[in-house]
Design a protein around this ligand. Structure first.
Ligand code: PLP
Length: 434
């Protein structure tokens, strides 16, 4: 597998280089030089395959012979060791539950696959790999649990102070070992800017071997294609083959992976990009003007992104064919009040508790289906509702069943370093704590 930068399509690097560099020096994002279509035979037989089998077939298709088959299979079986079931809520409305991994969010797919790919490529005796990761809440937990105890690696998490939930903060700050957490006085965008600047800082790069675990890393994106194929396979077994996916979107990695799956031949009728008040993409789909904005804080805080990193990848997939892009992707944006109403409505109608991000996708799907009743809709549930108890109305929240893994976090000691949103402070910390 070869990859180019979205800012320079003539140069190309190996998968290993792309995974460790995370971002090209020219500040573009890595994209595969070729995205082969899966065979019609594979697509038509999806209904007979398990999630790990599908994951292996899809990964082999895009990675080529980058990782030998037996190693790739072992890696996938280890990384993708939890389920992603499609649950029927009503006729032609399904929820794809992506929260059965260790951090209870879909980011476990990306983080677990990436940590194992990195560990696979690390040669014995090589310099320690330092993962820098900015999080609006869920990334940090997934990465921390994905890398916890992985030899020769260390993770530094930057999270915005006061803007993550209690369970999220516990998942970020109670690990110890090779995981350290920085509590930044600023927004998620500030955290992301600090990480991006660190990658282009010559002095830091001379003492650290830095890599990123954010959704800009190509090793995060690839495993997220697996569950789109697997969801489609589950619907195929139920005799459904006209499918639309509604995706709660922030940095647009999740929906970007769906589009990558589509590019590999998954027959999807429509992608529905569902956002909170940070509506840069829905506004673009409506007006044709792409205008990144500072992020605003909402109750669906994992989607508080004003300048979605992965959008350049999506634009690159369509190679300037804006008409095709606008045909395949529809956008909806909802405010906090509408989000709360949606949580209440889903519970009232189906006795099913959704997290605020998931609620936005459900609402977008219903709105789209009101004009496309013939298409089966799947909305992605990106996190377990117990991660966001404070923003779910108490009457509904009372019905959340809290997993054992969360109960165990309570009472563990918080370990976090306070940090202003200043690159000088961040750099000084890193240089003093090698
Ligand atoms: C990260 C996250 C999102 C946004 O996903 P992107 O890939 O950044 O678009 C949505 N919901 C939850 C719960 C998340 O953790």
């Amino acid at each position: 597998m070869k990859l180019y930068s979205t800012n320079n399509t003539s140069a190309s690097v190996s998968f290993k280089e792309a995974v460790f560099n995370s971002m090209p020096q020219d500040k573009g994002l890595y994209m595969p030089v070729s995205i082969p279509r899966l065979s019609d035979e594979f697509i038509s037989k999806l209904g007979e395959l398990t999630l790990p089998e599908i994951a292996f077939g899809v990964a082999k298709n895009i990675l080529g012979n980058t990782i030998p088959e037996a190693d790739l299979k072992a890696l996938i079986d280890d990384a993708i060791n939890f389920d992603a079931p499609v649950v029927e809520l009503e006729d032609d409305v399904y929820v794809l539950e992506l929260f059965h991994g260790p951090s209870l969010a879909f980011k476990d797919f990306g983080a677990r696959f990436m940590s194992r790919v990195m560990s696979y490529f690390l040669q014995a005796g090589e310099k320690q790999l330092d993962v820098l990761v900015a999080t609006s809440g869920d990334t940090g937990g997934a990465v921390a649990l994905g890398f916890l105890g992985v030899p020769n690696t260390r993770v530094t998490i930057l999270y915005p102070k006061g803007k993550v939930s209690g369970v999220q903060e516990q998942q970020l700050t109670t690990n110890g070992q090779n995981i350290r957490a920085l509590e930044v006085a600023g927004t998620f965008d500030d955290c992301q800017a600090l990480v991006k600047q660190a990658f282009t800082d010559a002095e830091l790069n001379s003492v650290y071997r830095l890599t990123s675990a954010n959704s800009i890393n190509i090793a995060r994106l690839i495993p997220q294609t697996f569950y789109y194929f697997n969801a489609w396979a589950q619907l195929l077994r139920k005799g459904k083959s006209k499918v639309a996916f509604a995706v709660p979107s922030g940095n647009f990695g999740n929906i970007g992976a769906g589009l990558l799956a589509w590019k590999m031949g998954l027959p999807v009728e429509q992608f529905i990009a569902a956002t909170n008040a940070n509506d840069t993409v829905p506004a673009f789909l409506k007006t044709g003007v792409y205008e990144p904005k500072p992020s605003v804080q909402t109750i669906s805080n994992a989607m508080d992104v004003g300048n979605p990193s992965n959008w350049v990848r999506i634009a690159d997939l369509f190679k300037g064919d804006e008409a095709a892009l606008k045909q395949l992707i529809t956008g909806y944006s909802y405010n906090d009040e509408q989000t709360v109403e949606a949580i209440e409505k889903v519970y009232a109608d189906h006795q099913y508790v959704v997290c605020p991000h998931t609620a936005i996708a459900w609402k977008a799907l219903k709105e789209w289906q009101s004009e496309h009743a013939e298409v089966t809709g799947v909305f992605l549930s990106t996190a377990h509702p117990c991660k966001f108890p404070d923003v779910i109305p108490a009457k509904v929240a009372a019905n959340i069943s809290v997993p054992e893994s969360v109960k165990e976090l309570e009472g563990r000691e918080k370990q976090a370093v306070q940090m202003p949103a200043s690159f000088d402070a961040f750099k000084t910390y890193l240089l003093n704590n090698i």
